[in-house]
Ligand binder design. Structure first.
Ligand code: ADP
Ligand code: MG
Length: 247
């Protein structure tokens, strides 16, 4: 896949509803990203971040614009082919975790492998390894509903990584985690998600995890307004905080 841009998006548009009820969520988004990268999307509530990553994950169709994800346009695939493409290539962490309540934590994490038809024993072993990495060893047999919000979020993170997705999209992946746990989990997301043939697109308000990203893409009102190098943004934030403290 090297040489092919991971994400090539041009003029992506999306409107929900019709007539008086229409909401123009994306008004022509341009975005490019390479494999190996972590891109953080930031912007005010309602500016279109979740809509954009849902389109990038092949979960939602766009109304306009061009999109290539590792050379594939998910909207050009039929429904069945798109589902198979998603199972093969995409991982997601949703804001609402979306765990399946009737099955164990371990089985939840194994879902992406089982859906791909991998053997049950090996899938559960791999799921157990990821659970250990997110600090949930010993909770494999629990029902998701027995876990705290932060623990459920870590199950969702383990599940999103278990099949080694080429593109991982995460919506506020550390929203329910304390600072130290957020850092630990983001180290795992960085290690597993940003390999030479993979990338991560992350929506976050959490400035404490900006330093894991390579680039910060600011959105407002359905558009990308500016892109900055993450190191520069982190340095600027630290300088601003230092000034606040000394004033
Ligand atoms: P963000 O994630 O940045 O908060 P969203 O992508 O969720 O923004 O939403 C962008 C806009 O689209 C908002 O005005 C929101 O109310 C609207 N919107 C999002 N999802 C839907 C939907 N399913 N139906 C109608 N409007 C929606
Ligand atoms: Mg959102």
């Amino acid at each position: 896949m090297s040489g092919t841009p991971a994400i090539l998006a041009k003029g992506i548009a999306k409107t929900y509803g019709t007539g008086d009820a229409a909401v123009q969520a994306l008004r022509g988004v341009d975005l490019q990203a390479s494999f190996g990268e972590m891109v953080a999307l930031v912007g005010p509530s309602g500016c279109g971040k979740t809509t954009l990553i849902s389109i990038l994950a092949g979960l939602l169709s766009r109304d306009g614009g061009k999109l290539q994800l590792a050379g594939t346009d998910p909207d050009a695939l039929g429904n069945e082919a798109r589902t198979l493409w998603r199972r093969q290539h995409v991982g997601f962490i949703f804001q609402q975790f979306n765990l399946v309540p009737q099955i164990s934590v371990l089985e939840n994490v194994a879902i992406p492998l089982l859906l791909r038809g991998e053997r049950r024993g090996e899938s559960l072993d791999r799921a157990a390894q990821l659970l250990e990495r997110v600090g949930l060893k010993g909770r494999e047999g629990s029902a998701p509903g027995k876990l705290s919000g932060g623990q459920q979020q870590r199950v969702a993170i383990a599940r999103s990584l278990v099949h080694g997705p080429s593109i991982l999209v995460c919506d506020e992946p550390t929203s329910a985690l304390d600072g130290a746990t957020g850092q630990r989990v983001m180290e795992l997301v960085r290690e597993q998600g940003c390999r030479p043939d993979r990338l991560v697109v992350l929506v976050t308000h959490d400035e404490r995890i900006f330093h894991f990203a390579d680039r910060i893409v600011h959105m407002d009102d359905g558009r990308v307004t500016r892109e900055v190098d993450a190191k520069a943004e982190v340095a600027a934030l630290r300088a601003a905080q230092g000034m606040e403290r000394s004033s």
